[in-house]
Design a protein around this ligand. Structure first.
Ligand code: KIV
Ligand code: ZN
Length: 504
């Protein structure tokens, strides 16, 4: 039997970005959109244009930049939402407006305070309106899995007649189970006139941990598009994870007659980028992209994998872009091998960025015995997110201990001048951050700070993440160094530079 292609609709930039702690600024969203294009997703949901001027701009800039995927903006079934969505996506090669209205009794009664008939009329009327602006209209019956089935079918039929090209039947609250969802999709396919002319999309939340299983059940029932996010980020317990759906279809092609056009080698770099942009790392045991997803701790397992990796590995780490902790390049490696390896990891950098990252790699190779692909991913991501260095770290000195207050001096360069800040604090990090704040001279609120180790071992690079608030806007800073204190101060200075670049 001929295999059927499943379209991948990525909503990391909309549903994912909506989840706590996952907000991104314009530059960060553009970086992620580029990575999504490299992944070869079919649709990028770039945001919810009406929700804020920042979201509008992000959708518009992404629409201008992306050439190989549709770019969608979410909109309620309200004219001003639809107009904003269209204004933002109209620059795209393949623009899409994604409209939604809730159809379950509970949502209509308590949230919308609208009678079902009014919801039906509004849905049809607004799709008719949107269709005059944009050819590609996706329509979502929010909370579909708790909607009366016959009302659901009626709304779907109405909006198809009005011109919808994609129908989304989401499990908004993560309530359904695979068997029930399968039957719901089958029911809609059987009952709705015109359903064979449109794509059937599913969008599952993970409140019961079933988002991926439900999406797969929907594919078997006839769904043709899956809505998902990288690392499964999203409202509450998150959305169906892109990497899990794609790799299930790929790994079990013996039983699934479906495929996607995702470049699986680019999954890991994309996942890493999401973690770096949001500061929210996938849990270590996260399928496919977690730190332990391909780690074998038990002796019996390690032995098995050494003899034949298929004993305990159902897919190759390389197939998702991971070549874990292998000695891949050393301090004698040339530029050519370096470029070649980066491209195998799915990265293409501009000449200047390449030059900079190569220099950093050489410095790192001098300090570390083993430079792994994880180190390279960290260096490249750092580079991709860099903004002009208004302030640049020169030196720092700390005096700290468990019986004294920490004291430090930080020297930074600005416009060729050396500026020193001296401060005390509750611990070395607090002292350093206070010193930088005294240099820049404005009140910064630290909202979050975290530190991850890029690889194992005493000489591992530390990756620091800082979230600060300045004038009610949140900025992210990142720092990378084999010295964790240095990584932290670099992250703080980077966050300050982000404020200057984007905010001042
Ligand atoms: O979960 C949901 O139903 C949604 C829709 C707006 C698509 O996110
Ligand atoms: Zn959702």
């Amino acid at each position: 039997m001929e295999k059927k292609r499943i379209k991948i609709f990525d909503t990391t930039l909309r549903d994912g970005e909506q989840s706590p702690g996952c907000s991104m600024n314009l530059q960060e969203k553009l970086e992620l959109a580029k990575q999504l294009e490299k992944l070869n997703v079919d649709v990028i949901e770039a945001g919810f244009a009406i929700s804020s001027p920042g979201d509008f701009k992000a959708v518009r800039e992404i629409a201008k930049m992306i050439k190989n995927a549709s770019v969608a903006s979410l909109a309620r079934t309200i004219k001003k939402d639809i107009d904003a969505a269209y204004e933002a996506v109209k620059y795209a090669k393949y623009p899409r407006i994604h409209m939604f209205i809730a159809t379950s009794d509970i949502h209509m009664k308590y949230k919308l305070k609208m009678e079902p008939e009014v919801v039906y009329q509004r849905a049809v009327e607004m799709v008719t309106y949107a269709k005059k602006l944009c050819a590609d209209i996706e329509f979502t019956c929010e909370d579909a899995t708790r909607t009366d089935k016959d009302f659901l079918c009626r709304v779907i039929e109405g909006v198809i007649e009005a011109g919808a090209t994609v129908i989304n039947i989401p499990d908004t609250v993560g309530y359904t189970v695979p068997k029930e969802y399968y039957e719901l999709i089958k029911y809609v396919i059987k009952k709705v006139k015109g359903i064979d002319k449109v794509d059937i999309s599913v969008h599952c939340h993970n409140d019961l941990g079933l988002a991926v299983a439900n999406s797969l059940a929907a594919i078997e029932a006839g769904a043709t598009q899956i809505e998902c996010t990288l690392n499964g980020i999203g409202e509450r317990a998150g959305n169906a994870a892109l990497e899990e759906i794609v790799m299930t279809l790929d790994t079990r092609k013996d039983i699934y007659d479906y495929y996607t056009k995702i470049e699986t080698r680019n999954i890991y770099p994309a996942s890493q980028l999401v973690s770096k942009l949001t500061g929210v790392k996938a849990q270590p045991n996260k399928a496919i992209v977690g730190d332990n997803a391909f780690a074998h701790e038990a002796g019996i397992h390690q032995h098995g994998v050494l003899v034949n990796d298929k004993t305990y590995e159902i897919m190759r780490p390389e197939s998702v872009g991971i070549a874990r902790n292998k000695m891949i390049l050393g301090k004698h490696s040339g530029r050519h091998a370096f470029v070649d390896y980066l491209s195998k990891l799915g990265y293409e950098l501009s000449e200047q960025n390449l030059e900079d990252v190569f220099k950093q790699f050489k410095l790192l190779a001098d300090k570390k015995k083993v430079v792994s692909d994880l180190d390279l991913v960290a260096l490249v991501s750092q580079k991709q997110l860099e903004v002009p260095k208004t302030y640049e770290l020169d030196t720092f000195i700390i005096n700290s201990g468990n019986v004294i207050s920490s004291m430090c001096s930080v020297k930074v360069r600005k416009d060729g001048q050396l500026i020193e800040g001296v401060s005390v604090g509750d611990g070395p990090i607090d002292a350093l951050f206070n010193a930088v704040e005294s240099i820049v001279g404005y009140k910064i609120r630290l909202k979050d700070y975290g530190l991850n180790s890029v690889t194992d071992g005493k000489d591992a690079q530390g990756e620091a993440y800082v979230k600060i608030e300045y004038k009610d806007v949140v900025y992210h800073g990142r720092g990378l160094s084999v010295d964790i204190i240095q990584a932290s101060v670099l992250a703080y200075i980077d966050a300050v530079n982000q404020v200057i670049h984007y905010g001042l």
